[in-house]
Ligand binder design. Structure first.
Ligand code: ZN
Length: 265
């Protein structure tokens, strides 16, 4: 069974709930998938603010949330009555994909892992549902809805282990971006202003472009705007050359560094 770490409320800067009502695993029978219907860059805190300030709810509506990088976030938590599906907030665990309706493979893997974790804790299989199965809504829509009704298969999805930097692009944020930035710096390219700040901006793009140039790519303007398979391979080559040259450079799973990281050998 796959499990995933869950980013705690304190880590995403959650506000305290105005109230909480708990349920037991015995009352949980459903796993209900939603989408936030916003941009994939939406923060969990902004969703909480919307639910508490505009909707007037006691807390963020969902029990858990998942972003395109495959991160899982604690919402109300497994065993707190939610505010996500009318008539199903006690029976159903509400999991929200942050975005519209086309999650990345890492996001799907994480949603599936949360389902497996829920079933494990409940001691039985929970029913998998899209929000639209229980309320009159198009949520979670499109390819996400279809995948849920397919039984949330993970076979054939891209793995994210070791190659999770591929697909990152300018504008992305988070731990994977920090991982990319640390790799760029370990590869010998300076990110003088922002360092590993988790924000894929102009400096990171230029750093990746320079790294590609250093291993012989033409690497014209724009070549650092996205981590293509080629870009990833070239960065790994440069990293290997700069860390002993045995070609076995590998990425740590999680890198926690601040923006003013000093790169040392
Ligand atoms: Zn929904």
């Amino acid at each position: 069974m796959a499990t995933v770490p869950i980013i705690e409320r304190s880590q995403w800067g959650a506000r305290d709930p105005r109230g909480r009502k708990y349920v037991s695993w015995g009352t949980r029978t459903e796993f209900i998938v939603h989408h936030s219907a916003g941009p994939t860059s939406q923060t969990v805190r902004s969703i909480q603010d919307f639910h508490m300030d505009s909707r007037g709810w006691s807390d963020i509506g969902y029990n858990l949330l998942v972003d395109d990088a495959g991160h899982a976030y604690d919402g109300r938590g497994w065993l707190v009555v939610g505010a996500h599906a009318v008539g199903h907030n006690t029976s159903g665990i509400g999991v929200c994909y942050i975005g519209q309706n086309a999650p990345t493979d890492p996001a799907k893997r994480t949603i599936r892992a949360l389902y497996d974790m829920a079933c494990e804790q409940a001691g039985r299989q929970l029913e998998t549902l899209g929000h639209g199965d229980v309320n009159d809504t198009t949520c979670p829509g499109g390819n996400l809805d279809a995948w849920v009704h397919d039984g949330m298969p993970v076979d054939g999805l891209d793995t994210n282990g070791g190659h999770e930097l591929i697909g990152l692009k300018k504008g992305d944020q988070g731990e994977r971006v920090k991982g990319l930035q640390v790799c760029i710096m370990y590869a010998g390219v300076d990110l003088p202003q922002y360092g590993a700040d988790g924000d894929y901006g102009d400096e990171t793009a230029e750093g990746l472009r320079q790294a590609r140039e250093l291993v012989g790519s033409d690497a014209g303007p724009g070549y650092g705007d996205r981590v293509s398979g080629w870009a990833y391979g070239q960065l790994m080559k440069l990293l290997a050359e700069n860390t002993g040259g045995d070609g076995t450079a590998s990425l740590p799973d999680t890198i926690s560094v601040s923006g003013d990281l000093d790169v040392e050998d």
